[in-house]
Design a protein around this ligand. Structure first.
Ligand SMILES: Nc1nc2c(c(=O)[nH]1)N[C@H]1C(S)=C(S)[C@@H](COP(=O)(O)OP(=O)(O)OC[C@H]3O[C@@H](n4cnc5c(=O)[nH]c(N)nc54)[C@H](O)[C@@H]3O)O[C@H]1N2
Ligand SMILES: Nc1nc2c(c(=O)[nH]1)N[C@H]1C(S)=C(S)[C@@H](COP(=O)(O)OP(=O)(O)OC[C@H]3O[C@@H](n4cnc5c(=O)[nH]c(N)nc54)[C@H](O)[C@@H]3O)O[C@H]1N2
Ligand SMILES: [Mo]
Length: 824
């Protein structure tokens, strides 16, 4: 019998190895952490859920004792994690019970936010909505939501905004996150939806990660990769990232390009693959259009030329191309190193092209994941809360609009489709200019997460903008609001959400929310009722009253569409754990891989989008699409490389990139309140290469000021394995310090003080990962910087103490496959 192990889950985030070979099932290992002094026997109930602090969808049971959450345990039999949990999964839940949760609505009186009751707060929101509808029409009102609510909530919000008010100004922070994933999938396959499956890791002989630090951002998925690497016949690993991430350290080939040159690099790889004939012509002939154009375009990108653009050795490009080109089962993932960098969609599409020219789709091991980041970003997109039409319907296809109008029982003209949905950055512009007068922000913290914060602060704090913020805490954004609505969160409400490989999990209410906090779904439904929104027969527009009835409504809307949920029920999800869409009567167990039969969702009458010009972003007309792709095949789309807009020069000699660390989630409203996580990465830092540190005479721990044309930030220096000429800042640290009980720290700490207002023309995703910057020393070092040592920020110097969590970070590892996973 195998022994139950324990680990310090901060010091050993990925835990111990359970090696396995190609085609074998990934062994179970059930991870758990319970509050100090609580044992598993003392737990009253285990409530099924999944992690909400990344897109991986790690299935877990929430431990409840005396009406409080006291810990979590991985679910052994769930397809996603086979029981494993990462550091944020294990410790993040503690934020729920934080003493500073919002417990009552707040309204602004004489410039100050004061507590009030729900009637007063909601009546203010409704009164302002009515005034604006009367005076200016629906375009005065915008909704800015998230990738962290549940599908039922997005669907309801989409119905209210599109079908009820009729505004086109609806978007999510998914615009900052996975707009490019959606855009790239639409370009290549005519529709959103991840083709691959996490189980492709079990079968692949080559795994390629493009701008994706999976070790830190989907830590359990990385555990799966590590277990393959530790087993017989391990896969080769290709990593494209300018930092020495844990992925880069484990890679067979690591390409560290100059930031913003992904398109050139991808074209170089495709050049080699096509030139060497590593191409599946039968697959292309049967299922793909556009090969001639692509071949011609990449002719201009021989390795020597690409080596110059990207500053990567030509031979390493050849080596990577050989690994990718000769793979028998290639799995690829793409994330923010592509999506938030220059030419985002054009670059991400080249990864799709790689899979299409090699015929690597729809078979075990041939997974393609244009990853999501947030736990429910897929739902924001499929339910239409990012402005797209619900059910991946096509806003420029009148038949799709009419069909949605039928589902909602409204007039098709009620649903705005005169222009592409307004993207978040455009909404900010409209607010700045004064045409947008009310903005309802739910579950996102734009005063920290949007680029160029000095501008965002001034937009959001204008008197003429009526700002509603729905959150758990009095965040930097909530501080600027006219009305603050206290929300319930994960563990306190019920709903489904869908991870990056289309796995749907049910997350059930385990405990009551604090004070008067309410589920986001209840808040949206209440708004619709108070506004008295009606369908065309005079019946209430929103016909559901709780999570399960909302889910049933969403299922009907998804019927017949690619993201078909009609085969799912709460009862089935409760019994079985995660199931992948499409799930229908015909496919009751869900669908592991899309496009297994080479049939795509790209038929002109069915597709979600007619695509865009990758360089200008101009939407294509239906006629252009039909001419290009009359038979609904997959589409290869070529793109030339363009130089990034903001280049380093004399005054700003470095390229600044921003991103994440393993222990924190975004603006830290949750992880900053979990003691183990906060202690592991307590303060902001800046990374530099040892070459640049030596050249500038800088030491580990020096206090630096980093500046761009937009502003400056102070941070302690970490000398790391990052490439020369590049600086990295984590974007987690806003200007309110959770540790210090919400006393304002200082404005100059958030990475987004420095980033620029610029976005990808096709996906409209802001560019967080290329800006020109400079730095100067403010004071010398009095010890190492606070950056973790276990991650991409690992120090070059030997004297930095290793990051560890101690006793309070103790987690159990139970390798018995029969370990209670809470199901079956
Ligand atoms: N621990 C943790 N996990 C998370 C989150 C979190 O906040 N914390 N957030 C979740 C969310 S919403 C998201 S979107 C994902 C994001 O997950 P990732 O995309 O993996 O995370 P990032 O750190 O934003 O960026 C990944 C890498 O891009 C590299 N990069 C920067 N510029 C370039 C470039 O021009 N080219 C290339 N090739 N690479 C570049 C950076 O060096 C960085 O290592 O993580 C999810 N998981
Ligand atoms: N410089 C830079 N900026 C970036 C990025 C980067 O890499 N670099 N990454 C971008 C990306 S990919 C993302 S996803 C964004 C993330 O940016 P944000 O969305 O702004 O970050 P979060 O801290 O996750 O904010 C979520 C908010 O929702 C609240 N919340 C949590 N659960 C609930 C709930 O159930 N209901 C309600 N009503 N509220 C809830 C939390 O308290 C928190 O305030 O940042 C983007 N900004
Ligand atoms: Mo994200």
């Amino acid at each position: 019998m195998v022994a139950v192990g324990r680990r310090d889950a901060i010091a050993e985030p990925w835990g111990s190895r359970t090696p396995y070979g190609p085609g074998e099932p990934w062994p179970v290992r059930v991870d758990a952490h319970l509050a100090e002094g609580v044992s598993a026997e003392q737990v009253d109930r285990w409530v099924p859920s999944a992690s909400i602090l990344h897109s991986n969808g790690d299935a877990m049971d929430i431990a409840v004792k005396d009406g409080r959450i006291v810990g979590v345990r991985g679910r052994a039999h769930d397809r996603v994690n086979h029981g494993r949990l990462g550091p944020k999964d294990l410790f993040g839940w503690q934020a729920n019970a934080s003493a500073d949760r919002l417990t009552r609505p707040l309204v602004r009186e004489n410039g100050r936010l004061v507590e009030t009751d729900w009637d007063t707060a909601m009546d203010r929101v409704v009164a302002r909505t009515r005034e604006l509808l009367d005076e200016q029409g629906p375009s005065a009102i915008g909704f800015y939501t998230t990738g962290q609510l549940f599908a039922e909530e997005y669907y309801t919000l989409g119905v209210i905004a599109h079908g009820g008010l009729g505004t086109n100004h609806v978007d999510g922070n998914t615009r900052l996150c996975t707009a490019t994933a959606a855009a790239a999938l639409k370009e290549s396959f005519g529709c959103d939806g991840q083709p691959g499956s996490y189980a492709d890791i079990d079968h692949a002989d080559v795994i390629a990660l493009f701008g994706h630090n999976m070790a830190e951002t989907q830590s359990v998925l990385w555990t799966r990769v590590l277990d393959r690497l530790a087993g017989p016949r391990p896969p080769a690993l290709v990593c494209v990232d300018p930092r020495m991430t844990p992925v880069a350290r484990a890679a067979t080939v690591h390409l560290a390009p100059r930031p913003g040159t992904n398109v050139a690099l991808m074209n170089g790889l495709l050049h080699e693959i096509i030139a060497n004939g590593w191409v599946d012509h039968d697959y292309i002939d049967a299922h793909v259009v556009g090969f001639d154009e692509l071949s011609k375009r990449v002719e201009d990108y021989p390795p020597e030329h690409v080596a110059e653009i990207c500053d990567v050795p030509a031979d390493r490009i050849r080596e990577a191309a050989r690994v990718l080109g000769t793979a028998k089962r290639l799995m690829s993932t793409v994330l923010q190193g592509f999506y938030q960098s220059h030419q985002a969609t054009a670059a991400a599409v080249q990864v799709n092209n790689l899979h299409l020219v090699r015929g690597m789709l729809g078979r075990p091991g041939c997974g393609l994941l244009q990853m999501n980041g947030q736990p429910s970003a897929e739902n924001t997109r499929e339910c239409g809360a990012d402005g797209d039409l619900a059910g991946f319907r096509n806003w420029s296809n009148d038949a799709h609009v009419a069909d949605l109008a039928r589902v909602w029982n409204v007039d098709p003209m009620q649903i705005p489709h005169y222009a592409p949905p307004t993207h978040a950055m455009r909404m900010m512009r409209y607010a700045e200019e004064g045409s947008l007068r009310m903005l309802w922000v739910s579950a996102t913290n734009p005063a920290v997460s949007l680029p160029e914060l000095s501008r965002i602060r001034s937009v959001l704090s204008q008197d003429r903008l009526f700002l509603v913020v729905q959150d758990l805490f009095l965040t930097e954004t909530a501080q600027l609001a006219d009305v603050v609505l206290p929300a319930a969160t994960w563990g306190e409400k019920t709903g489904v959400f869908t991870n990056a490989d289309r796995t749907v999990h049910l997350s059930e209410k385990a405990v009551d929310p604090p004070g008067q906090a309410r589920a986001d779904l209840d808040i949206f439904i209440d708004y619709a009722r108070r506004l008295d929104l009606r369908d065309k027969d005079g019946r209430p527009l929103v016909k559901w009253h709780d999570a399960e009835s909302a889910f049933e409504a969403w299922k009907e809307c998804s019927r017949g569409r690619p993201c078909d949920y009609t085969g799912l029920t709460y009862a089935k999800l409760r019994e079985r754990g995660g199931i992948q869409w499409p799930c229908t009567e015909e496919h009751p167990d869900g669908t592991e891989r899309l496009y297994a039969d080479g049939a795509f969702f790209s038929d002109p009458e069915y597709c979600e989008s007619y695509g865009r010009d990758l360089l200008t972003g101009a939407p294509f007309e239906p006629t252009e699409y039909k001419a290009l792709n009359p038979d609904g095949k997959a589409m290869l789309k070529a793109a030339g490389f363009l130089e990034p807009h903001e280049q380093p020069g004399e005054d700003f000699p470095y390229v600044l990139i921003t991103g994440r660390t393993l222990y924190h989630f975004h603006t830290r409203t949750k992880t900053g309140r979990a003691p183990q996580l906060q202690a592991a990465a307590p303060e902001v830092w800046v990374e530099i290469s040892s070459h640049d540190a030596n050249a500038e005479g800088l030491d580990e721990g020096d206090l630096m000021e980093i500046s761009t044309p937009r502003g400056s930030v102070r941070a302690r220096l970490r000398i790391s394995g990052i490439r020369e000429g590049v600086l990295f800042l984590p974007f987690h640290y806003g200007y309110w310090d959770t540790d210090a009980g919400h006393e304002p720290v200082r404005a100059g700490r958030a990475a987004n003080e420095l980033t620029l207002t610029d976005w990808d023309p096709a996906s409209k995703q802001p560019i967080f990962k290329t800006a020109a910057a400079t730095l100067r020393r403010v004071t010398g070092t009095d010890g190492p910087s606070p950056a973790p040592t276990t991650t991409a920020s690992a120090p070059v110097a030997a004297h930095v103490p290793a990051t560890a969590g101690g006793e309070r970070a103790d987690a159990e590892e139970d390798p018995r496959p029969s370990g209670e996973g809470g199901e079956r």
